[in-house]
Design a protein around this ligand. Structure first.
Ligand SMILES: *[C@@H]1O[C@H](CO)[C@@H](O)[C@H](O)[C@H]1NC(C)=O
Ligand SMILES: *[C@@H]1O[C@H](CO)[C@@H](O)[C@H](O)[C@H]1NC(C)=O
Length: 288
């Protein structure tokens, strides 16, 4: 149910052999966790069990599709697809990782080859795709490079009419849209607001794609607020405040962003700013 994601952490520490043994193998020491996460983006009740093994070194070669390394890389593909093809009526989620392979690319980074199923949430269609994610190593801001193919059944879902209608409705309206807490603390979103929730997820995907590394797994937790701004041009303009959830660190980074959208021009992020960490946010939301 929406934000109320339930995370079970079951730590199973390997206890084979003598606890004092100095030759305990890495996998004996590794703790594994099982996490059940509700599908936050969709508000659906489906759960994705993710078995997690903590490792000191990056997994290389054939990956367990349910373990973090493969899941993290696959999540980057989701964010990439949303930045490229997302709209108020087209939103991608990671449905399943079927297989994964990771390799070091001499001194330049690491490449993941993945077979995944991608879910287009609004049409409720799922398709198998191949994807490649390359995490460059080195100085400076490094953006993961993603290729995904073919996925074309999902990309060609026709949303033009709905988008045009939404665009005209809010382009020609005297009053500007404004909404808070999507979803609310009961996991509910007014049907009218769903397209704007989707838009905020797409805009946030630009941040999540940019912030993603091999060691992160980002979801959008909540849109704290979204408001439409007046514009002179053909684009609708929005400002929103979003709460992301980074599952590995369990942090809730908050961002403020401004973006434009039109049925013809898609989503463009104009400004983004990370807000200082806020300890009282959870409380504030629950009591509002
Ligand atoms: C989406 O599709 C799946 C399988 O195709 C089905 O089981 C599920 O009920 C559908 N969900 C919705 C919300 O229609
Ligand atoms: C105009 O916007 C207001 C507030 O967002 C909304 O209640 C109203 O339904 C909109 N009117 C039309 C014609 O869409």
């Amino acid at each position: 149910m929406g934000l109320k994601s339930i995370i079970f952490l079951i730590v199973l520490v390997g206890v084979r052999g003598s606890p004092t043994s100095k030759t305990a193998s890495a996998d004996m020491l590794a703790s594994s966790k099982i996490m059940l996460e509700t599908a936050k983006e969709t508000g659906e009740k489906s759960t994705l069990p993710v078995e997690v093994v903590e490792e000191d070194v990056m997994a290389t070669g054939e990956l367990n599709p349910n373990h973090y390394p493969a899941q993290r890389a696959a999540k980057v593909v989701q964010h990439y697809l949303n930045t490229r093809y997302g709209s108020p009526y087209r939103l991608f989620g990671l449905h399943q990782v079927h297989s994964g392979n990771a390799e070091d690319v001499s001194n330049s980074g690491r490449r993941y080859q993945l077979e995944i199923s991608v879910h287009e949430i609004i049409s409720n269609k799922t398709q198998k795709c191949s994807a490649e994610v390359f995490f460059p190593q080195g100085e400076g801001p490094l953006l993961a490079e993603v290729q995904a193919s073919p996925c074309d059944e999902l990309l060609h879902i026709d949303t033009k009419l709905q988008e045009e209608a939404l665009y005209q409705q809010y382009r020609n309206n005297q009053s500007l849209l404004s909404a808070q807490n999507l979803p609310d603390s009961y996991g509910h979103i007014e049907p009218d607001m769903k397209p704007f929730w989707h838009l905020a997820i797409v805009a946030s995907s630009f941040i999540m794609l940019k912030e993603s590394t091999e060691n992160t797994l980002y979801n959008l937790a909540q849109v704290a607020s979204i408001k439409q701004l007046a514009t002179e041009n053909e684009q609708l303009k929005f400002e929103c405040h979003v709460l992301l959830h980074e599952m590995v660190s369990q942090e809730i980074p908050q961002w403020k962003l401004q973006f434009t959208w039109s049925s013809a021009g898609g989503v463009n992020v104009l400004e983004k700013e990370q807000l200082p960490h806020c300890h009282s946010c959870e409380k504030a939301q629950n009591s509002s």
